[in-house]
Design a protein around this ligand. Structure first.
Ligand code: K1U
Ligand code: ZN
Length: 159
């Protein structure tokens, strides 16, 4: 059965600190597998397009990104959920786009945030494999929003 976790809300300390990297010894572990399954289930239950581990009170560098078409971004691509462990944004385009954001940790608030249009990202999979890839548009926005969570930053800090 899927485990749904409580979501930390704006003002709670776990959302304002830098999350710790996942250690080499944790890759391939039952613990990391269970954490990502619960993160994914919690994201789906809250109807989100992304989530970061600190939002469920786990201060570790794990995010999930799951773009889909929605009323605000009708042209957003449909993505299978991507789990990124220890994600790093390697480069940001000079071009930025303004776009509306919400946050599972900031209920009933939306705001326009400028984000890089294109980014290059390096992350590790659940088994520790290194991946380098690029994102643009809405998926790039979600990655930037989720990596901000790992660094203790909320979208409202960028308004
Ligand atoms: O990290 C989170 O709090 C999840 C957040 C991700 C996100 C949404 C929009 C832009 C960047 C990052 C959400 O999923 S908020 C709820 C939502 O589904 C949504 C909000 C605005 C536009 C599209 C979707
Ligand atoms: Zn958020």
């Amino acid at each position: 059965m899927a485990v749904i976790l409580p979501v930390a809300q704006r003002g709670e300390a776990v959302l304002a600190i830098t999350a710790a990297p996942v250690a080499e010894t944790e890759f391939g572990s039952e613990w990391l597998q269970q954490l990502t399954a619960a993160l994914h289930a919690t994201m789906l239950e809250r109807n989100g397009v992304g989530i970061a581990a600190p939002q469920v009170y786990i201060s570790k560098r794990v995010i999930i990104v799951a773009s889909r078409s929605n009323p605000r971004y009708p042209d957003a691509p449909e993505m299978d959920a991507v789990v990124m462990v220890n994600p790093e944004i390697l480069s940001f385009s000079d071009t930025t786009l303004w776009g509306e954001e919400g946050c599972l940790s900031v209920p009933n608030e939306r705001g326009e945030v400028a984000r890089a249009e294109y980014i290059r990202v390096r992350y590790q999979t659940l088994s520790g494999e290194a991946v380098e890839t690029a994102f643009s548009g809405f998926p790039a926005r979600i990655v930037q929003h989720e990596v901000d969570h790992l660094n203790g930053v909320l979208f409202v800090d960028r308004l």
